[in-house]
Design a protein around this ligand. Structure first.
Ligand code: ATP
Ligand code: MG
Length: 748
């Protein structure tokens, strides 16, 4: 019954066996403030998967407690994603906002028990009073308010009688708790905002820590599964439920590692930036890691579920290689889709010794795919082949058509080149060829040897199609943002040609265009008059090949630890973690990596004494430095803490860009030279002088009149294109912020 074994399913299994619960109830609780991404797919897979495996139920709950960012269009996208992945939630969709009245009652109850109070410190005071990892906090004087006064104030908060920030409801727990989260956490805040469901009914909104556990309880959830960053919130979760003395059974929280994938960003905030900034074409742009994007690109739900299953459920954060996901879709489509002939960049071939036309019976599937089906492929005197399948001066190992070398037309005859026709500029416009009547595929008696078979399309029968070729949205493995966008992530071919049956017979929606890749009829833009196909994935992992041939191997990411339990932090590590997240404002993942690694944390502390830039230093140390330590064969590093600090200093004062910093680091690690001299020697100084950048912008603008036109007529999505081109022209050296401003100004 449980095919997806992991540490979570083991807990569930045990809880059912011991009769702790009669039935397992899970939930998927997204905040409707963006489209779900592949990380959410993992959470959906786990929550719905467990319910399915153990004959339980899984709720879909919109965690809509933040009125300013939420919207029904995101609710719809979340529903679509869950359904597309093949899951059904139990009953109606639930909304935390439906529980607002109930949650309010629970808050009143806590106040009456003396376990919650209205605080009137301001935000700064609250954070100051909270203390630090090494220092206990102190309680607000308002914590002494009487129950009556608290009830009165809380009611007035609810009725909208106070300004935002004037008061706040807090739990009375422990201002000296080693877990900072337990230092009288906030339960309700005043927000005079319009909520997309409750409209203007509420002036107070519950905080996550209060709303989530109680929503779980109200719904009868048994296992509340969330991501690792909520580990320290578990104590509040338990406190709220225990303190309210709720009737059993009660839910418990369990954490797993969130999914990260290289070459992409994966937080809704960053995705929203890309969408709103016009760097992609909407939330379902096939280059985005959103479920809607994968769906539109042509991924199958099966392939995404296989991927989720393969990566497993771990307790340590890690980055998964995007080629693993690509492998899953390729593997799925290989077994399913018809193979057809499409020519992306047509070159005309006239077969001079052929008259009339014929239909060639050609199977849709190769022998090793257990599917039946074939079509009649029209063949005639004039055909298109791929421009790149002909070479006058072929490089060594070129197996396709040349003036000396014949080639087979896939499913058809062997042809050889007789004459090459060129225009006045020397471009090849046509090949005159000859075919061998006895060489027909399947009944070849010609005895002619060829080294390959190429795709072709009969010209009188050809259908013109638009093909959209997608590459990675970002050109580096751990992108920081817009400056790392790959300017070539989308290439549109307007006049590719395809065998007519694909359009007229529609044997499928997804195809393998032989030798080109897998493609999908775009669900929005496709019409029979103007067919549009999206590239789903290439046939082979060209990326791996590229990577292998690169001299310096790319970062070796942490391997996914299936079911790997992580030992809890010891006290010293915990203290470091708190200091890093609270005082130095590092994100919890980075803080976690540093705190757990003695060498890295001491390296980090050391750099900080040279240059005080906590976040940027932490990032380079947990990424680049950590990788170098892991990869370098010798134990001795060629750089020291001062070099790293110096490097980050150059980033912070805008001497070099973030991107260039990575290049400099590589060099630093290899040669041991100091970063300043690397930058000087290689001429990597960031270009921040508008006088240097403007001519490049002018050039890019001059080269792309069509896009300028489109931009001016309102397609402001093209801004990203121009910025990308300019950055590329400067080898990534231009200051991205400045380029953005200048381009925007120029195009106005
Ligand atoms: P993001 O940080 O991308 O905005 P989020 O955590 O704010 O995501 P929610 O809408 O709160 O998004 O998430 C809904 C559920 O999906 C939560 O249980 C969350 O833990 C889970 N989830 C979100 N991102 C990931 C991820 N990358 N991997 C696994 N689970 C995730
Ligand atoms: Mg969130």
């Amino acid at each position: 019954m449980n095919e997806n074994k992991n540490f979570l399913s083991a807990i569930v299994e045990e809880d059912l066996k011991s009769n702790k619960y009669k039935e397992v109830v899970t939930r998927f609780p997204p905040e409707p403030n963006g489209f779900p991404h592949i990380g959410h797919a993992k959470s959906i897979f786990i929550n719905f998967g467990i319910a399915r495996d153990f004959n339980g139920r899984c709720n879909l709950r919109m965690d809509d407690t933040n009125p300013t960012k939420e919207d029904t269009k995101y609710v719809q996208a979340l529903k679509d994603a869950v359904e597309w992945l093949g899951y059904k939630w139990d009953g109606e969709i639930r909304f935390t906002s439906d529980y607002f009245p109930k949650l309010y009652e629970y808050a009143i109850e806590l106040i009456k028990m003396g376990k919650a109070y209205v605080d009137s410190l301001n935000e700064d005071e609250i954070s100051e009073y909270r203390g630090s990892v090494t220092q206990a906090g102190k309680r607000s004087k308002y914590a002494n308010r009487s129950v009556e006064e608290n009830l009165e104030l809380f009611k007035k908060m609810k009725n909208g009688e106070f300004a935002e920030g004037e008061h706040i409801l807090r739990a009375k727990i422990d201002m000296a708790s080693p877990n900072m989260k337990m230092r009288d956490p906030l339960l309700y805040r005043i927000r005079h905002a319009h909520h997309f469901r409750t409209k203007d009914e509420w002036s107070i909104y519950p905080m996550y820590d209060f709303a989530h556990c109680l929503s779980d309880y109200i719904e009868g959830v048994t296992h509340s599964i969330c991501t690792l960053e909520f580990e320290n919130n578990r104590e509040i979760y338990d406190w709220v439920i225990d303190t309210l003395n709720l009737k059993p059974p009660r839910p418990y929280q369990y954490e797993f590692a969130r999914l990260g994938i290289n070459y992409t960003v994966m937080s809704k905030r960053k995705l929203l930036e890309l969408v709103d900034g016009g760097f992609v074409n909407g939330w379902d742009d096939p280059r985005l890691p959103t479920i809607a994007g994968y769906k539109r690109k042509g991924y199958t739900p099966e392939s995404i579920l296989t991927f989720c299953k393969q990566i497993g459920v771990a307790k340590a954060n890690s980055i998964v290689d995007v080629s693993q996901l690509e492998f899953c879709i390729r593997d799925d489509l290989n077994k399913k889709v018809p193979r057809v002939l499409c020519v992306l960049e047509p070159l005309k071939v006239t077969i001079e010794n052929y008259e009339g036309s014929e239909e060639i019976e050609a199977p849709y599937y190769p022998h090793d795919v257990p599917k039946e089906g074939s079509r009649k492929l029209p063949f005639s005197r004039e055909i298109y082949i791929e421009k790149t399948d002909f070479e006058i001066n072929p490089p060594k190992g070129y197996f396709r058509l040349t003036p000396e070398q014949p080639v087979r037309l896939r499913h058809g005859y062997i042809i050889s080149c007789k004459e090459v026709v060129k225009d006045k500029d020397g471009n090849i416009t046509e090949i005159k060829a000859e075919y061998y009547p006895e060489s027909k595929s399947g009944s070849d008696t010609s005895g002619i040897k060829v080294k390959s078979a190429i795709q072709w399309v009969s010209i009188p029968h050809a259908k013109e199609i638009e093909v959209r070729l997608y590459e990675r949205l970002f050109s580096c493995e751990n992108p920081d943002g817009v400056e790392d966008l790959n300017p070539e992530s989308l290439r549109v071919i307007k006049n590719a040609v395809i065998e007519s049956g694909v359009i007229t017979d529609k044997p499928d929606e997804r195809f393998q265009f032989e030798r080109q890749g897998y493609f999908y009829a775009d669900p929005h833009d496709y019409t029979d008059e103007k067919p549009v196909f999206n590239k789903i994935v290439s046939l082979k992992d060209s990326w791996v090949k590229k990577k292998k041939t690169q001299q310096k191997s790319k970062p070796q990411e942490k391997k996914v630890q299936i079911d790997g339990e992580v030992t809890p932090m010891n006290e010293a590590q915990q203290a470091l973690f708190e200091k890093y997240t609270k005082e130095l404002k590092l994100n919890s993942e980075v803080a976690n990596t540093l705190a757990r690694d003695e060498f890295l944390s001491s390296f980090y502390e050391d750099t900080l004494t040279t240059f005080n830039s906590p976040v940027n230093l932490a990032n380079i140390i947990t990424n680049e430095v950590a990788r170098e330590i892991k990869e370098s064969a010798s134990t001795e590093l060629k750089f020291d803490t001062k070099d790293v600090a110096q490097l980050i200093k150059m980033v912070d004062d805008e001497t070099i860009s973030n991107k260039i910093a990575k290049t400099v680091f590589e060099e630093m690690a290899k040669s041991g030279k100091n970063p300043t001299s690397i930058v000087k020697d290689k001429g990597l100084l960031q270009i921040s002088d508008p006088a240097q950048i403007i001519p490049i912008i002018d050039e890019v603008i001059a080269k792309n009149p069509d896009n300028v036109e489109k931009f001016k007529s309102g397609n402001n999505k093209l801004l990203g294109f121009f910025v990308g081109q300019v950055l590329k022209a400067t080898g990534g050296k231009a200051n991205p912020k400045l380029v953005n401003e200048l381009v925007a100004k120029k195009l106005k």
